[in-house]
Design a binder for this molecule. Structure first.
Ligand SMILES: Nc1ncnc2c1ncn2[C@@H]1O[C@H](COP(=O)(O)OP(=O)(O)OP(=O)(O)O)[C@@H](O)[C@H]1O
Length: 238
């Protein structure tokens, strides 16, 4: 079952950058990783997927509904972290997770589960703005995932995470996928991507330029070869 679908989506920013011809789908139970160099357009694609940006042309659908027509009950099933963790700096960790829970109307016990899963106990009563970068990231991920979303969109989720938290993230995403969630995740860490993704989409210069099998030996080399080939094709290299 397709959860998120892009059909020929394009957006051009003032200044000329943007994305074009984006066509892909993420189905229930699948983890799709988006990889690309800095500025390739990954965050822009994710913002389009979440209705944070509106496409100039093409369609983005969630569960078969156009973004603008999506009922609130469907939005409740989305969990996302794009750019920075969404949190109130002056509220504590627990208060932030409670706010995130209330927005979705989910079971209060989920907050305690999230605190335990992300090992946030020692900082639970600390204000968000006083946390280290890695702990802020863990709170952001806990808030994005604690309501067991059916569609998960995460931009560079392993940024600033320590190795133990990377494992928590990996296991949590695998668990959500087993439970039928559709997952789109961007990353610069190809090793990590190879561990968690069912499929890899490569992005370059605002376009999707193909897929990579996570089991490909020497994934990094294959990725760079694809990007270079695309750049040469577009006449971007000397
Ligand atoms: N609001 C905006 N206005 C103008 N240009 C933008 C805007 N947002 C992004 N861009 C440009 O669009 C291109 C794609 O940016 P985007 O942030 O989507 O890339 P990315 O693949 O996520 O990069 P990174 O890996 O560095 O996070 C870049 O050239 C960027 O400068």
């Amino acid at each position: 079952m397709i959860v998120l679908e892009f059909e020929n989506v394009g957006l051009r920013f003032r200044g000329g950058a943007g994305v074009q011809g984006l066509t892909f789908a993420v189905t229930a139970g699948e983890i799709v990783a988006l990889v690309g160099l800095n500025g390739a357009g990954k965050t822009t694609l994710m913002r389009l997927a979440l209705g944070m940006l509106r496409a100039d042309h093409g369609t983005v659908t969630l569960h078969g509904s156009l973004m603008a027509e999506l009922p609130a009950s469907r939005w409740r099933e989305v969990g996302a972290m794009v750019d920075a963790p969404l949190a109130y700096p002056e509220l504590t960790v627990r208060q932030n997770l409670t706010v995130a829970r209330l927005l979705r109307g989910t079971d209060p016990r989920l907050v305690d589960d999230a605190i335990a899963r992300w090992q946030l106990g020692p900082v639970v009563d600390r204000r968000f703005r006083h946390l280290s970068l890695g702990n802020q990231q863990r709170v952001g991920l806990a808030a994005a995932l604690q309501h067991e979303p059916r569609l998960i969109v995460l931009d560079e989720p392993s940024n600033a995470l320590d190795p133990a938290s990377v494992i928590v993230l990996r296991e949590h995403l695998a668990e959500r996928a087993r439970d039928g969630a559709a997952i789109l995740v961007s990353s610069h860490h190809l090793d990590e991507v190879a561990r968690i993704a069912d499929r890899i989409l490569v992005m370059n210069a605002g376009r999707l330029i193909g897929g990579l099998d996570p089991a490909t030996p020497d994934l990094e080399r294959t990725f760079f070869a694809r990007v270079l080939e695309d750049d040469e094709h577009r006449g971007c290299t000397p």
